[in-house]
Design a protein around this ligand. Structure first.
Ligand code: ADP
Length: 502
């Protein structure tokens, strides 16, 4: 691990954005919060304030829901020809592409994400996500049914109504489009609450949505805290569905609030503790590369992080030697620097949380093979950290750390790998590394997780549904499954008189 830019000397070359939008976006207007309150968003590179942001709470959520309800009940959006909705979404996708530098830099500044990855991968992926659902907008249809008696039956797929999207801070722009795009295609209207750590790109995307021609009231953004603005969304009596991505603890609160209010359906994409299972027959160099990216991508702040690495005994020692070498060349530093692999954790809370898990790992008897400390004297940088001699019962093997911390475990047999891989309350993702087709098939079928990657990891695509088993949640983002979660099915029956066939 090498550290770049401890002195901050790069600052003058960085592509730092100007902050243009700091207010709530309701009914097509940027507005202060009703209370007039603001909160600060912090630069994780140094702990300094980036900007003051309007602090929306229940009153602001009420206004946003009112606007969304009006746009749904009376506005053009759900009534447009679906292809026209698609056309406007394509325009938004083009605007995202035209503003890729600005969006990538807002997320780098707000979340410590790598600017270069935002530029070439994550922001373009957000635009592509919109294009995928824009294309699907006019392909939403039900079925015709053969009913008993002189009856004709059919089903209609209708937009579910006003949607609340509560999103996390680890992929601010991509999460925004991942939630918003299928709901827009379905003809819904919505209120988005970005995480309090990362409000900037959501407000900029709202501005682009207006430029693209999305009618006022269809897409509203309320920035603010989870316990106030977020809770107001999940408990709102006039929101028809909530889609949430975040921690399992908060997912539970969202579901409780939904049940206690108007029984709105919820989609929950929650935590993970994903097994990355490596069998003896692989190319160790290549697999180490993948294992490193599986845990360190986005500084481990990704719910599918391959945090439990199971290595079969025959290659275990070689794997560890190669892993340590690889991690030595992993550069932690300023996320705007193109040579850096890992930026700072998103905020002080997460930084301290990750460091405290590292301490717990040491206390419970795991061996610290690499890293384990802060990686800079200022900012929320943490060294890539590897533990070995980790048992399945240790806290670091059970709880989601959400940071650059890998636990490596040794195993002997396929059965053992499956059993231990499944020994988690979570079931979000898994990786299986082998050239043996039978093992790959057996393990991928046996692992209880919403997504299994064979000889790859973090392979996402708009068409690939994504979500969890067990306490990783339910419902799916991406794919046509996500679109369907913003639709509801109406069955229609009508008598047919004098049909020659009846
Ligand atoms: P993390 O623990 O990874 O920060 P959270 O689950 O706390 O993730 O946050 C994810 C999103 O949920 C954020 O937008 C946050 O503001 C929101 N949130 C937090 N608490 C609540 C709550 N009680 N009700 C609704 N949303 C909440």
């Amino acid at each position: 691990m090498t550290l770049q830019n401890e002195s901050g000397s790069l600052e003058s070359h960085l592509n730092l954005p100007k902050i243009k939008f700091t207010q709530l976006f309701i009914n097509g207007q940027f507005l202060d919060a009703v209370s007039g309150k603001t909160f600060v968003t912090i630069d994780p590179r140094n702990g300094e304030v980036i900007a003051k942001i309007a602090e929306g709470d229940k009153d602001d959520v009420d206004l946003a829901v009112k606007a969304a309800r009006h746009a749904f009940d009376n506005g053009p959006w759900p009534r447009l020809p679906a292809s026209e909705r698609g056309r406007i979404m394509l325009k938004l996708a083009d605007l995202i592409d035209q503003n890729v530098e600005e969006l990538a830099s807002l997320d780098a500044l707000d979340a410590g994400k790598l600017y270069r990855i935002g530029l070439v991968a994550e922001i373009p992926a957000a635009a592509e996500n919109l294009r995928y659902y824009a294309g699907a907008a006019d392909k939403i249809h039900g079925s015709t049914l053969r009913m008993a008696g002189q009856l004709h039956g059919y089903t209609l797929l209708e937009p579910i109504g006003v949607v609340g999207h509560i999103i996390p801070w680890n992929f601010p722009s991509q999460m925004f489009t991942m939630k918003v795009a299928p709901a827009l295609a379905a003809g819904c209207t919505m209120v988005v609450k970005p995480a309090e750590q990362t409000p900037l790109s959501a407000l900029f995307l709202a501005h682009l949505a207006k430029l693209a021609g999305i009618p006022d009231g269809v897409l509203n953004v309320v920035t603010g805290y989870g316990y106030s603005a977020g809770a107001a969304i999940s408990s709102h009596m006039d929101i028809d569905k909530v889609s949430f991505t975040g921690s399992t603890e908060v997912g539970r609160l969202v579901m409780q609030a939904a049940a206690a209010s108007n029984l709105k359906p919820v989609t929950l994409e929650l935590g993970g503790k994903s097994p990355f299972i490596i069998f003896d027959d692989v190319d160790v160099d290549k697999v180490v590369d993948l294992a490193v990216r599986a845990i360190l991508y986005n500084k481990g702040e990704i719910c599918v992080a391959g945090s439990r690495v199971f290595v079969q005994e025959g290659i275990y020692d070689k794997f560890l030697v190669t892993l340590v070498e690889k991690v030595k060349s992993w550069v932690v530093g300023d996320p705007f620097d193109p040579n850096v692999h890992q930026g700072p954790q998103v905020d002080k809370n997460q930084y301290e949380r990750v460091l405290s898990y590292i301490e717990i790992g040491k206390k419970e008897g795991a061996t610290l093979l690499a890293g384990g400390k802060p990686a800079a004297s200022k900012g929320y940088y943490i060294e890539p950290t590897i533990f070995t001699d980790v048992t399945d019962e240790m806290t670091i093997a059970k709880e989601e750390i959400f940071g650059p911390v890998m636990s490596v475990m040794k195993f002997k047999t396929v059965e053992e790998a499956i059993k231990r891989g499944n020994a988690s309350k979570y079931g979000l993702a898994a990786g299986v590394m082998t050239n043996d087709l039978n093992i790959a098939n057996t393990v991928s079928r046996s692992i209880r997780a919403g997504i299994v990657w064979i000889n790859c990891y973090l392979a996402f695509s708009n068409s690939l549904p994504y979500g969890g088993y067990k306490m990783s949640g339910f419902g799916r983002d991406m794919g046509m499954e996500s679109l369907h979660s913003y639709l509801q099915l109406k069955s229609v029956a009508v008598p047919i008189h004098n049909s020659p066939w009846l």
